[in-house]
Design a protein around this ligand. Structure first.
Ligand code: SAH
Length: 257
């Protein structure tokens, strides 16, 4: 043995971490996480991983706060490629699902371009799981038969307006707290009814989860009164109506303003 560093390339696995609790990881994600030599993690998804990996595992937090990116995406890509080239088994732990507004595609492309073996393990997306945690099915027979998922900071497109106008479509907004006033104003100007139900679910699947119920016409004021903050998933549509599943929404601990 010459003591030379391993010359074989390692690998990168992008794993979906789900909405936060570690037991919402898939078994495949768990297996990869517990065998990783390097874990590159985010602000959302499971954050309490130190206890679940060996003491020698390098944990790198590249967590992003809204509007503030401590580690730029190209540096994250570089980090993944460099560690894998050094022969490491790298797990890129991402909140929710890596391919739902997670920039997972960019990380996969960077690994492929560098010739680094890469794979993706799907995760439970907050787009589905956070409404669910508040008792909101994003589809419901006879109520909503289609779902439109949008990224709050993006432009409100015709496709989004069409979804918002259609009372059989659920619109799910991620990263939407800051953009809510603009989205609501665009929607109301485009003729979306002001009484369209809205639910804002903060910190879904965490102990301090909170749901604020309102309507399109009142949600900006109500969100302000409730002091709604990120991370939150905003659901617009009939499925967000209080009492859809539970006759008494107060039982679910909701704020109904
Ligand atoms: N890839 C992720 C989404 C990343 S975008 C996924 O599939 O879930 C980040 C946004 O996800 C946040 O701004 C928020 O809208 C949402 N989000 C993620 N986890 C959340 C949680 N536990 N509670 C509420 N919103 C959450």
């Amino acid at each position: 043995m010459t003591g030379r560093a391993k010359s074989t390339v390692g690998r990168v696995d992008l794993i979906g971490g789900g909405p936060g609790p570690i037991d919402l990881l898939t078994l495949r994600a768990w297996r990869l996480l517990t065998r990783a030599e390097v874990v590159v993690m985010d602000r959302l998804g499971p954050t309490d991983i130190r206890d679940h990996v060996g003491p020698d595992v390098e944990i790198i937090d590249v967590g992003k706060l809204p509007g503030h990116h401590p580690v730029p995406q190209d540096e994250i890509n570089e980090l993944l490629v460099d560690r894998a080239r050094a022969g490491k088994r790298v797990v890129r732990l991402k909140g929710g699902d890596p391919f739902v507004f997670g920039r997972g595609g960019e990380e996969v492309a960077a690994c492929l371009a560098a010739g680094v073996p890469v794979d993706v393990v799907p995760g439970i997306s907050s787009a589905v799981a956070v409404p669910q945690a508040a008792g909101i099915p994003i589809t419901h027979r006879g109520v909503a038969g289609a779902v439109h998922i949008m990224n709050g900071p993006s432009e409100v497109t015709e496709a989004t307006l069409a979804a918002l106008r259609d009372d059989s479509v659920t619109t799910v907004i991620l990263m939407g707290v800051g953009a809510l006033p603009r989205i609501v104003s665009d929607a109301l100007h485009a003729g979306v009814p002001a009484d369209r139900p809205v639910a804002i679910v903060e910190r879904g699947h965490h102990r301090d989860q909170r749901t604020t119920r309102s309507t399109l016409g009142s949600v900006v004021v109500d969100a302000g009164l409730a002091g709604v903050r990120n991370p939150a998933v905003i659901v617009v549509g009939e499925v967000a109506r209080a009492g859809l599943l539970l006759p008494d929404p107060q039982l679910a601990g909701d704020i109904v303003l």
